[in-house]
Design a protein. Structure first.
Length: 364
């Protein structure tokens, strides 16, 4: 009997030592961030094995994300060797709450608010004796959902060289404005408000200007990885005709008067091949007209008079009509030349008109 009691006492002491060692090891591992079941939740002999397994669960690294829409974010990370699965957490009210578990290395978070920044962590776990043993948390990763599509875009007003756009407010950092230029959409500005005025457009042209916008949730990681909502619908606008004569009006008038002068240059059209520079400086009638138009100036050409159009004048159609009559008169006086329509812009006035004006010459 004595030997039996002595033997039993030895066994009890050995079991007690094992239990004590397991508890001490568990306490040490808890200090590293690993999580193990409580001692009373497992057998004495299995506890040491579970504690050892906890020590081998690696930390999740390489956590990154891809924003899928205005309500979904996909998380991805590097595989942890020997892990049974992973638990995903999202911060809310200052605490990280569990979202769910997964076996693979990606997880899609759904039903998130539009244009909202969120913070995530992930940790790996092993399943030992039916219990989850966790490794350390990954580093925090923050990203955002896309804003929703902009709505209500409209042309709220039109000027002679500007178009004002407005739209409905939504949650975002700012709005990006786009204009279709030469067949391509280009970003022309951004604003935090719900309106934007596009300026320096050509007044009263036949061009129809097209615009659209989209919302932006700006990334705070300085990686140029902003989050955008879908584009709005496209709106079209045409600028108003100015009450005053514009440079575009003058350019159009010059082109019209030049064509009219070419039409009236009957002698030139019949004899241009007889001039001594034919075959040297020009070969066609078009080349002859262009040569004189590019060469003659008030300094090297001749003219009978000079006319001015004040910047604040309004009736370009009537002025064009008067100049056509003047061209006809010039050809009646001398039909053997070609009259070049020359326009000089004089913002500080001209010698015959001190006010800002355009000076018109018929050179030959």
């Amino acid at each position: 009997m004595g030997n039996y009691r002595e033997s039993g006492e030895v066994l009890f002491m050995k079991n007690g030592m094992k239990k004590t060692a397991a508890v001490v090891m568990a306490a040490m591992l808890m200090g590293t961030g690993a999580v193990v079941p409580a001692a009373e939740d497992m057998g004495i002999f299995s506890q040491t094995a579970i504690v050892a397994e906890a020590a081998s669960v690696g930390k999740v690294t390489g956590l990154k994300s891809k924003t899928l829409s205005n309500s979904e974010i996909q998380l991805k990370w590097s595989k942890v060797k020997g892990a049974s699965g992973y638990t995903v957490y999202m911060r809310k009210n200052g605490k990280y709450n569990k979202l769910g578990d997964c076996k693979g290395t990606s997880y899609t978070v759904k039903k998130l608010p539009n244009a909202t920044r969120e913070n995530f962590k992930v940790r790996a776990y092993k399943t030992v004796k039916g219990k989850k043993v966790y490794g350390e948390y990954s580093a925090n990763w923050n990203t955002a959902t896309n804003p929703q599509a902009c709505k209500g875009l409209k042309v709220s007003s039109v000027g002679t060289d500007s178009v004002k756009l407005s739209w409905t407010k939504i949650g975002c950092t700012n709005y990006r404005i786009y204009q279709k230029i030469k067949g391509e959409w280009k970003e022309i500005g951004k604003t935090t408000g719900t309106s934007y005025t596009v300026k320096k457009l050509a007044p009263a042209t036949a061009t129809k200007y097209q615009f659209k916008i989209r919302a932006c949730k700006q990334d705070d990681k300085k990686m140029n990885n902003n989050h955008y909502g879908k584009y709005s619908g496209v709106v079209t606008a045409t600028t108003k005709k100015s009450d005053k004569i514009t440079q575009s009006d003058i350019d159009a008038m010059k082109a019209e008067l030049t064509a009219y002068s070419r039409e009236k240059a009957t002698y030139i059209k019949e004899h241009y091949t007889e001039f001594w520079k034919y075959g040297i400086d020009y070969n066609t009638l078009e080349e002859y007209f262009s040569m004189l138009e590019n060469k003659l100036t008030p300094e090297n050409g001749s003219y009978s008079d000079v006319y001015t159009i004040p910047f604040d004048d309004k009736n370009i159609d009537e002025i064009t009509k008067i100049f056509k009559e003047q061209i006809e008169y010039e050809y009646k006086q001398d039909s053997n030349v070609y009259y070049v329509v020359y326009v000089e812009t004089c913002p500080n006035g001209h010698r015959i008109n001190p006010k800002p004006c355009w000076a018109i010459y018929f050179l030959y």
